[in-house]
Design a protein around this ligand. Structure first.
Ligand code: UDX
Ligand code: ADP
Length: 482
């Protein structure tokens, strides 16, 4: 056997990261057997069914091609670990909601339990790869656990290989990754392990795009990349408030700024706020680490990115209420989109939760439509103890629709929270006719044709731009003229 060859790969955790990553790995490496394991038998059953547990464009095709050929989904964690040469840890690392670091530090209990499982089961040498986003020096903790529990004669090499895929474009991001980052120990054995993992990626990623660093740089780079991306969104969102106050248009500002090749045009789309499982979690993590390292100024700098995002979400929510004559009590409001971005059914940290929570607290009745989020997920999110103390009241006030036209019947306003393409091409004349008047649209993603909507008769409000109507310039915070 060639010393670089890896025959069998196991991935612990069949989630948004583990599932798509392993599917693409299996597609691109027909000579490797990839087994994805999870302790949730329900999740594994879904991966083995026609309806996969996550919605991701292109994923179904890849899974269909490889499943039961060289890609396997299983609950038999023990066999998969025993047989694998290389094991990815791809479990969830949520923000702690208890104890030390509550609300900020990453909860590593799932990573730790995966490491303990490996130590208990492994009977031969393993390369263990941390794929989940973790705080800097987590690889060291995994190493401690493995070494403290290892059987005699077994060698472990720990690598950090953070995943940079974004949901909604995961397959494309995996197939054409900008870069693959591999962090390892600076020892001959460490280098060998890095080479082996690199060999897997070289099946489809040009070698020049595979960066190798020390473990800590790799771990920190993942947090840094997400912090930089989120910072751009908070920066443009902060300017959207200035635009609304001055009459500037944030899209024009973003275009003018983004044409500077040093700045670049991507991730400058002002919005109701960023969501998703990574940005907030990773920045909170970074802030927590900085505080622990006695770097309060650095911590405060990054904390502001989160604070600005909270401000944007609450600013948008408050302005809906103010525009609707300062009361939404008993008013029906349509929510278009609940996912944290288009092309995913994921709702983790979605800004729609903040918007809905605020409107529900003010007594509104919500008619929610999202093309991909499961209705039970929306109800789970809105009845979570962090959102409400009276889940029964929420259930009474929320109706989930499977069609946008039924979601607008008799409502006072549409609040667009997710930029699904289908929202752009709806028949807004038909929608206007079935709504209460005056009919409002709050476009939290800046994707609709606002001029056309105004011609139809809608009162339009959006992010980072004021609209003139009947010669009047309504601004957020004032009661609009009818
Ligand atoms: C992010 C990173 O992009 C990815 O590299 C990392 O691996 C995981 O975290 P993800 O959260 O899946 O990916 O999606 P992303 O496209 O980054 O969007 C995050 C949030 O920012 C979404 O709510 C999106 O709507 C919002 N966003 C994005 C904006 O509001 N404006 C923008 O210009 C871009
Ligand atoms: P991510 O977005 O990081 O992929 P997910 O929550 O989508 O996170 O997926 C993580 C998966 O890891 C879940 O399906 C969960 O059941 C699984 N998991 C967590 N801990 C373990 C463990 N010790 N063994 C096996 N699977 C685990």
């Amino acid at each position: 056997m060639d010393t670089l060859t890896v025959m069998k790969v196991c991935c612990i955790g069949a989630g948004y990261v583990g599932g798509p990553t392993c599917a693409v790995m299996a597609l691109k490496c027909p000579d490797i057997q990839v087994t994805v394991v999870d302790r949730s038998s329900e999740r594994i059953a879904q991966w083995n069914s026609e309806k996969l547990p996550i919605y991701e464009p292109g994923l179904d095709d890849v899974v269909k091609k490889c499943r039961n050929v060289n890609l396997f989904f299983s609950t038999d964690i023990e066999t998969a670990i025993k047989e694998a040469d290389l094991i990815f840890i791809s479990v969830n690392t949520p923000t702690k909601n208890f104890g030390n670091g509550k609300g900020r530090a990453a909860d590593l209990k799932y990573v730790e339990s995966a490491a303990r499982m490996i130590a208990e089961i492994a009977q031969s040498n393993k390369i263990v790869v941390e794929k989940s986003t973790v705080p800097v020096r987590a690889a060291e903790s995994i190493m401690h656990i493995l070494h403290a529990n290892q059987r005699p004669g077994i060698r472990y090499d720990i690598l950090s290989n953070p995943e940079f895929l974004a949901e909604g474009t995961a397959i494309e991001d995996l197939v054409h990754a900008d870069r693959v980052l591999i962090g390892g120990e600076e020892t001959p054995e460490g280098h060998k392990a890095v080479e082996k993992l690199s060999w897997i990626y070289e099946h489809w990623i040009p070698k020049k795009n595979i960066l190798t660093t020390n473990t800590w740089s790799s771990e920190l780079s993942k947090l840094a990349a997400n912090a930089f991306l989120a910072q751009r969104i908070s920066s443009i969102n902060s300017l959207s408030a200035v635009c609304e106050a001055t009459g500037a248009d944030v899209s024009e500002v973003a275009r003018a700024v983004g044409l500077d090749s040093r700045i670049g045009a991507k991730f400058l789309q002002a919005s109701v706020g960023f969501g998703g499982s990574c940005f907030q979690k990773d920045i909170l993590n970074l802030v927590y680490i900085c505080e622990g390292l006695n770097l309060p100024e650095v911590a405060a700098y990054w904390q502001q990115v989160i604070d600005m995002n909270e401000y944007q979400k609450s600013r948008f929510s408050q302005k809906i209420i103010e525009s609707l004559f300062n009361t939404v009590s008993d008013k029906r409001i349509s929510i278009f989109g609940f996912a944290f971005k288009k092309n995913t059914g994921d709702t983790r940290e979605t800004p729609a939760i903040t918007v809905c929570k605020t409107l529900l607290e003010e007594g509104a009745k919500l008619d929610i439509y999202d093309p991909k989020v499961e209705p039970e997920q929306i109800i789970d999110d809105l009845t979570h103890p962090c959102v409400t103390e009276s889940p029964e009241n929420v259930k009474k006030a929320v109706q989930i629709h499977s069609d946008p036209y039924s979601a607008v019947r008799g409502t006072h306003a549409i609040v667009l929270c997710t930029e699904w393409d289908e929202f752009v091409t709806l028949d807004y004349k038909r929608i206007y006719q079935s709504m209460m008047k005056p009919a409002y649209i709050f476009d939290g993603r800046k994707i609709l044709d606002h001029e056309n909507l105004q011609q139809i008769g809608f009162h339009v409000q959006t992010i980072g731009k004021r609209y003139q109507r009947n010669g009047l310039m309504p601004s957020w915070g004032t009661v609009p003229q009818l």
